[in-house]
Design a protein around this ligand. Structure first.
Ligand code: MTE
Ligand code: MOS
Length: 792
């Protein structure tokens, strides 16, 4: 049930496909017809070799001996390399060291690459890689965040954000509750697995085709392992078949290994990971162990909070410092915590190094405060929605625990709107009635907000470049540092360029991201792709337009104010000149028709020493209301209906934005419900394929799914055409599903008990929570005590 709210009609006097219109994704037809080329679809160059790696079978061990003879002798094997064959750097840690390109004498997770093989077929490379004889001397392991906390194993130091005197506020608050929860991780399950193709070039260098969100980093790391200057390496990304954060840093190891093999053999090398290897060898969303201690008044309004978030980082830092920071920044979600302390731990475990995943730690942080909101409501005997509303930031309660002032308060109004449009109160009454009469099936309802900070928290990443060429026929070539992973970045930036010149969108050609066109780019991540690259592209267009205006003013003897770009023409005084003719005139007059552009985000800063600052330029907001039905005999559940109201500012493309909201929500549902990563005691991932790891199917999406964009809501910050980032925030709208499940479960004890429900809330966990809740209710009737919320 897809509603498109802002169906901008095309007035005949404007160009088509401008910003704000629902242009198709530039590859939509190619996606559905199979013509869109991914790495593995590229024509294979002559002499191509295929790469695979030998994987560690231990979570933590000394490697005492490695016999690779059988690998070398396997038919089709051309080259076998160990870390000792690497000519340049051996550590490819993206921010901090800690990620050996190939392990030396120490392995720190099951699946860690020990050596690399190049063979004449994909199959031969994989078969050969299994034949190594490796001797290990096992070392002690820590596999979970809790074990790492006990053993004090961390990949980076902890960090604290403090506002006011939380200890005093907690001690003096009329009510106090404590709780804890485990929030599960998530496999990215991009449809296109990790892949790259590396070709040696004329000189010492290499050309890298990669499925990466961060071509500039791939370029730098490949140059480093080969011991080359960065300019010897070119990287191209046409598109990814999904990235979701999993290809921000973790596409680089494949490129480095392939480049090493290509250099050594002088032949092109392709490295495409099989799904099972991808799931074992590459990092996932961090699972977290979180605790809260909160104090509140009779109305349920928070006076103080002491929150701890601990992320399972795996064996190396990767991006975990920033991910745990973002969990901390979002442990308030949309609520004022009062006087607060938030502590974040970066737990080191002997598991694969966890990495970026849509929301980047934010979702895991928010879960603890959403859990607390439900718990307060059960404790006071109120509707959780009322508790949520009373705790929202608003004028006078507008400073976060990290010192950023919330300047735009959209949530109170958005919640009111959704409460009405989803019929929340009426359905609440119906559901309460239903649950009284229905023995086996129980229904639950919840309305939860999302407030998500937009900007990279690492300040230097908030920059972008673009390159725009106008050709003599008026067609336009666009390139920028952002990468396309399905999210619609390319079409949105193309729409910005079409709008800048007021020409039809089909005059603008988007092109593959390349490090030799726009250098030193940031990853396409933190939802900032359009904010950054859209502005950089606009800057390039404005530079070209300025030259065109100067030229026209002089050539036609009019003032600059009398020149305007309108509907595929340029108005010069009283004349209207066709765009292509105008461009031709400018060319003949020797006006430069090409420009680069640059943008860096203003206003943002954060001081780690004090834990205070303004890390975000602005916040994106959304609200979701979900209804579920739970079978109390089996723990199975279904989402019956979800209503969403989401704030995309002045949307650049409502169709693409709604697609992001729907996709993000369903992906979030998978994370919180069925997607379970199971490791055994030896640290081996057991859920390593679609048979054992359940992502949502079409049939799991809400049967009744109503998504709307918040109308007339321009971004108060001067982002590109006042739009807002939309890539990650909608994922967290799925918290409404988890909270609705707790609501349904709480009904078995007449809503007097707040059931613990760790995520993923699989049917097994739901059934467990029902049992706990019933047991609690039975004990109550036995002792007839005053209802209390459960402790942890
Ligand atoms: N949408 C699709 N279809 N595929 C993806 O891989 N990645 C998400 C989001 N939406 C993703 C997606 C993530 S993790 C981010 S950070 C943003 O898109 C990145 O793109 P943007 O900055 O252009 O929004
Ligand atoms: Mo998205 S997790 O920032 O790539």
């Amino acid at each position: 049930m897809r509603k498109l709210p802002i169906n901008t009609p095309k007035p005949s006097d404007t160009a088509s496909g401008l910003s704000g219109t629902q242009a198709y994704h530039d590859s939509a037809w190619k996606h559905v017809s199979g013509k869109a080329r991914y790495i593995d679809d590229l024509p294979e160059p002559e002499g191509l070799l295929h790469a695979a790696v030998g994987q560690s079978t231990h979570a933590h061990a000394r490697v005492t001996a490695m016999d690779l003879d059988a690998v070398r002798n396997y038919p089709g094997v051309v080259e076998v390399m160990t870390v000792n064959d690497v000519p340049g750097h051996t550590d490819i840690g993206p921010v901090f060291p800690g990620d050996p390109v190939l392990a030396g004498d120490l392995v720190e997770h099951v699946g860690q690459p020990l050596f690399a093989v190049a063979a004449t077929s994909h199959r031969a490379a994989r078969q050969a890689a299994r034949l190594a004889k490796v001797s290990y001397e096992p070392l002690p392991t820590a596999l979970t965040a809790q074990e790492a906390l006990e053993q004090k194993l961390f990949v980076r130091p902890d960090h604290t954000q403090l506002r006011g005197d939380p200890d005093k506020a907690l001690a003096e608050a009329p009510h106090r509750l404590q709780g804890e929860m485990n929030v599960g991780g998530q496999e990215h399950f991009y449809l296109e697995g990790q892949a790259c193709l590396v070709e040696p070039t004329e000189d010492a260098g290499v050309f890298v085709h990669t499925s990466s969100q961060h071509p500039s980093e791939v370029q730098k790391l490949v140059a480093e392992v080969l011991g080359l200057a960065i300019h010897e390496v070119q990287v191209e990304v046409r598109r990814m078949g999904g990235g979701f954060g999993g290809k921000e840093t973790q596409a680089a190891p494949l490129a480095c290994i392939s480049a090493l093999l290509a250099r050594k053999t002088g032949r092109p090398v392709k490295y495409r990971m099989a799904r099972a290897d991808d799931m074992v060898q590459t990092g996932k969303r961090h699972d977290f162990y979180n605790t809260y201690d909160i104090g509140f008044d009779e109305q349920g309004v928070l006076r103080g909070a002491d929150i701890m978030v601990a992320g399972r980082c795996g064996f190396s830092p990767d991006l975990s410092d920033a991910i745990v920071d973002r969990a901390m920044f979002h442990s308030d979600n949309g609520y004022s915590l009062g006087e607060a302390r938030v502590v974040g731990h970066r737990c080191k475990t002997h598991t694969v190094s966890n990495t970026a995943f849509r929301g980047f730690g934010g979702p895991q942080g928010m879960m603890i405060i959403e859990r607390a909101m439900d718990d307060i409501a059960r404790y006071l005997g109120e509707d959780p929605l009322d508790i949520r509303k009373r705790n929202l930031y608003g004028p006078g309660r507008d400073v976060t625990h990290y010192g950023q002032k919330i300047e735009q308060h959209l949530l109170p109004d958005m919640i009111e709107k959704l409460e009405v449009s989803s019929d929340y109160r009426k359905r609440r009454a119906e559901i309460t009635h239903f649950n009284k009469t229905s023995q086996i099936l129980k229904r639950g309802l919840s309305l939860t907000p999302v407030k998500f900070g937009i900007s990279f928290t690492a300040q230097h990443l908030n920059q972008a470049g673009a390159l725009v060429h106008v050709y003599t026929d008026g067609s336009i070539h666009l390139n920028h540092g952002g990468t396309e992973m399905g999210q619609g970045l390319f079409i949105k930036v193309a729409q910005v360029v079409a709008s800048a010149f007021q020409v039809d969108l089909d005059r603008v050609k988007v092109s593959a991201t390349r490090t030799d066109k726009v250098p030193n780019t940031s990853p396409t991540a933190a939802s900032s792709g359009t904010d950054l690259n859209g502005m950089a592209a606009l800057d390039a267009c404005e530079k070209i337009k300025q030259r065109l205006v100067d030229f026209a003013a002089e050539a036609h003897g009019v003032s600059a104010e009398d020149i305007a770009f309108e509907n595929n023409t340029v108005r010069v005084g009283d004349q209207r000149i066709d765009w292509a003719d105008f461009v031709q005139q400018a060319y003949m007059a020797r006006v430069s028709l090409s420009s680069n552009g640059f943008y860096s985000t203003p206003k943002i800063h954060y001081d780690r020493a004090t834990g205070q600052g303004r890390p975000f330029l602005y916040f994106a907001n959304g609200v979701a209301c979900s209804e579920v039905v739970v079978d109390t005999l089996t723990g199975e559940y279904k989402v019956l209906r979800t209503d969403i109201l989401h704030d995309a500012g002045q949307s650049l493309n409502p169709a693409v934005d709604i697609g992001q909201i729907e996709g993000g929500f369903v992906q979030g549902m998978g994370w919180l419900t069925t997607e379970e990563l199971v490791y055994n005691k030896e640290g081996r991932l057991l859920s390593n394929g679609p048979a054992t790891y359940k992502i949502p199917a079409v049939s799991d999406a809400p049967a009744d799914f109503r998504v709307e964009l918040l109308p007339a809501s321009p971004n108060p910050e001067s982002t590109v055409f006042r739009s807002k980032a939309v890539g990650e925030p909608p994922l967290m709208l799925a918290m409404s599903v988890w909270s609705a499940m707790r609501d349904a479960i709480a009904s078995v004890a007449d809503y007097r008990y707040s059931p613990p429900l760790d995520t993923p809330a699989t049917p097994e966990r739901v059934l467990g929570a029902i049992t706990t809740t019933r047991r609690w209710a039975a004990e109550q009737t036995a002792t007839t005590e005053k209802p209390v919320s459960q402790e942890a």
